[in-house]
Design a protein around this ligand. Structure first.
Ligand code: GRF
Length: 201
């Protein structure tokens, strides 16, 4: 299955997907898209000779209005948002309905929405005094973090001393859950049954 990964920063989830792809061979990362002209995740892609594309209106960028066409040209079957901070345009969401997924570093529907990214999420979780956090992989719709939930994993944070400590624990689980879900997509094991998302064995 050909996938496109969308990034904005470090690229550790991209790396986790690439590690999995090497092992499982049922996915191919065909392209990496970013909302900046460069970011560390582009260096990860370059090490695997994966083409990278910047999105926006600057010269040399792919404009958001051309994005659907570009993804279709590459025969992309699944779009994975791995730390991508911008909202995906409605038109792309409609074209790739139930074929765009996002990873969120907390247990949705709590601690999501606009501005809830990176350390902001973990700070809110820490300040709430929650004893568990976790990871959510969900479908992308036209607003932040509201699409149907595909998979979640809990992380015990009852003894943490800082938001950074939560981030560290949660990230380890992200690196397992996102490739797992991508792989299940490639195997045709992600289904919607009675309006709920189910992952088959
Ligand atoms: C991850 O925590 C992801 O859940 C969040 O942004 C972070 C991206 O990290 N949405 P990386 O770029 O994959 O290292």
């Amino acid at each position: 299955m050909k996938i496109a990964v969308f990034v904005s920063g470090r690229g550790s989830n991209l790396q986790a997907i690439l590690n999995y792809a090497e092992e499982k061979k049922n996915i191919e990362v065909s392209a990496v898209y970013g909302d900046k002209s460069n970011c560390p995740a582009f260096d990860v892609a370059a090490r695997y000779s994966i083409p990278t594309f910047s999105l926006g209106n600057k010269e040399g960028c792919i404009s958001y209005k051309d994005l659907s066409g570009e993804l279709s040209k590459l025969k992309i079957e699944l779009i994975v948002l791995a730390g991508f901070l911008k909202l995906i345009p409605d038109e792309v969401v409609l074209t790739f309905d139930k074929r765009i997924i996002n990873i969120h570093p907390a247990l949705l529907p709590s601690f999501g929405g606009k501005g809830m990214f990176g350390i902001n999420v973990h700070r809110a979780v820490f300040e709430s005094s929650a004893k568990v956090s976790g990871v959510t992989v969900h479908f992308v719709d036209t607003t932040y973090d509201t699409g149907k939930i595909i998979a979640q994993r809990c992380v015990d944070i009852s003894d943490v001393k800082s938001p950074e400590e939560i981030a560290e624990r949660v990230l380890k689980v992200e690196h397992q859950l996102l490739p797992f879900v991508v792989c299940k997509f490639a195997d045709g094991k992600v289904k919607i049954i009675d309006n709920r998302v189910v992952i088959l064995e």
